[in-house]
Design a protein around this ligand. Structure first.
Ligand code: FES
Ligand SMILES: [Fe+2]
Length: 397
């Protein structure tokens, strides 16, 4: 005879944990430089606070605490004067390094008049801000790498988008790095090869996949036998460069699409997810047509992220996921991710040591193909009724 308590003892209970109050150490991309260097101040909510982003006459983009240390005026409502931001309340001027550069009505500037300047960096047309709860300087080894072909005449510029995600910690998106199976169910792709490598501050996902034939109209590609390839690497806690080879281009050679998948935290339970796409211009194609391709790829990617967001919005936070062998190294990934949430002195070797894992996709593919075939035979489509657009199953998100 079994009692209720016997049964309960065998049930896995979700440990939701608590999202950390602290924000990750590292470089966070705020968006494209061109959206910030227009001579206007911009307010950015990030890391549980408000920042003001502005470019002075010298063209350098600066990031300061959003509120004026004089009487708390909102600097994003002020104006750029010379290389300083002028507060709308009493016109105190603040330089990019945080020093007060002048108070027009006062005899002298208090010698200690300084606000917090956040280190910034521009890479591949994008603006980055450095966050460090310990107040440390940017670490050399965490520098974001340049994208070698950025600015090349053979490539489009960035097509850039964002979505604000409320009610989730940004760990949810990082978890996707190891999540092979969700590509079938959420993104309508069939991963045939799936490898993760974590090392130091990088976490990589290498994947080949083909679109689901029962998701016609969702996938932009109708070549269901041909594989896309994706090499996606997080550099630090929040910035992923994803190199994509569209169908028929797998194997050797350079990618023909770059996707940036990045985010910054707004509060412990909300973040802004951003993604940018740049495509190689096909030979003989004019710029406008190439731009349209980039727009179409970005549209597909954005649908992919919408599918993720729909899951995150409605799921529970879970600190103790119950995994099968084909689920990939969720716990190892989370240990890697932990390095950005502890003091530098507390980084453990297991957070940064090289770790490599390949998921065996054989069983999954066999069963998935059968499901796809069954759907096709029955004239059913795979996609969820709330989705109406096309999606190329190449997203690494
Ligand atoms: S509050 Fe900014 S100048 Fe007074
Ligand atoms: Fe995803």
């Amino acid at each position: 005879m079994s009692s209720t308590s016997d049964t309960e003892a065998k049930v896995r209970i979700i440990d939701t944990g608590v999202p950390p109050e602290r924000f990750a150490r590292g470089w966070h991309c705020l968006g494209l430089v061109r959206d910030f260097n227009d001579g206007q101040p911009h307010q950015v909510q990030a890391f549980g606070t408000d920042l003001v982003v502005f470019a002075g006459e010298d063209g350098k983009v600066n990031i300061l605490n959003g509120y004026c240390p004089h009487m708390g005026g909102n600097l994003a409502h002020g104006s750029v004067k010379g290389n300083s931001i002028a507060c709308p309340f009493h016109d105190w001027r603040w330089r990019g390094d945080g020093k007060c550069s002048g108070i027009p009505y006062a005899r002298r500037v208090p010698p200690l008049a300084r606000t917090r300047a956040w280190p910034s960096m521009e890479v591949s047309g994008q603006l980055f801000v450095w966050n460090d709860p310990e107040g440390g300087k940017p670490l050399e080894e965490l520098t974001i790498p340049e994208i070698p072909i950025y600015g090349d005449a053979g490539w489009t510029d960035w097509v850039w988008n964002y979505v604000d995600v409320e009610g989730s910690h940004c760990r949810e998106i990082v978890d996707n790095v190891v999540d092979m199976a969700h590509f079938f169910y959420v993104h309508y792709g069939m991963p045939t090869y799936f490898v993760n490598i974590f090392e130091g501050h990088t976490a990589t996902q290498m994947m080949r996949s083909r679109p689901r034939a029962d998701a016609a109209g969702v996938s932009q590609s109708t070549n269901y036998s041909s594989e896309n390839q994706s090499h996606a690497t997080y550099f630090g806690p929040s910035y992923m460069i994803d190199k994509l080879w569209s169908a028929g281009r797998t194997g050797e050679g350079e990618p023909n699409i770059y996707l940036i998948n990045c985010h910054y935290p707004v509060t412990p339970t909300s973040f802004r997810l951003q993604y940018g796409v740049m495509v190689e211009k096909p030979a003989g194609m004019d710029d406008a047509a190439a731009e349209q391709i980039a727009q179409a790829v970005a549209k597909g990617i954005s649908i992919g992220f919408e599918q993720d967001v729909a899951i995150w919005k409605n799921k529970s936070r879970i600190d103790n996921p119950l995994l099968s062998e084909e689920d990939g190294p969720v716990y190892q990934l989370r240990r890697w991710y932990e390095q950005f949430y502890v003091d530098v002195d507390d980084i453990e070797p297991e957070m940064v040591n090289r770790f490599e894992f390949e998921i065996d996709t054989e069983r999954a593919l066999k069963n998935w193909q059968a499901e796809v075939d069954e759907n096709l035979a029955a004239g059913r489509t795979a996609f969820a009724p709330n989705l109406t657009h096309a999606q190329d199953a190449v997203s690494a998100g």
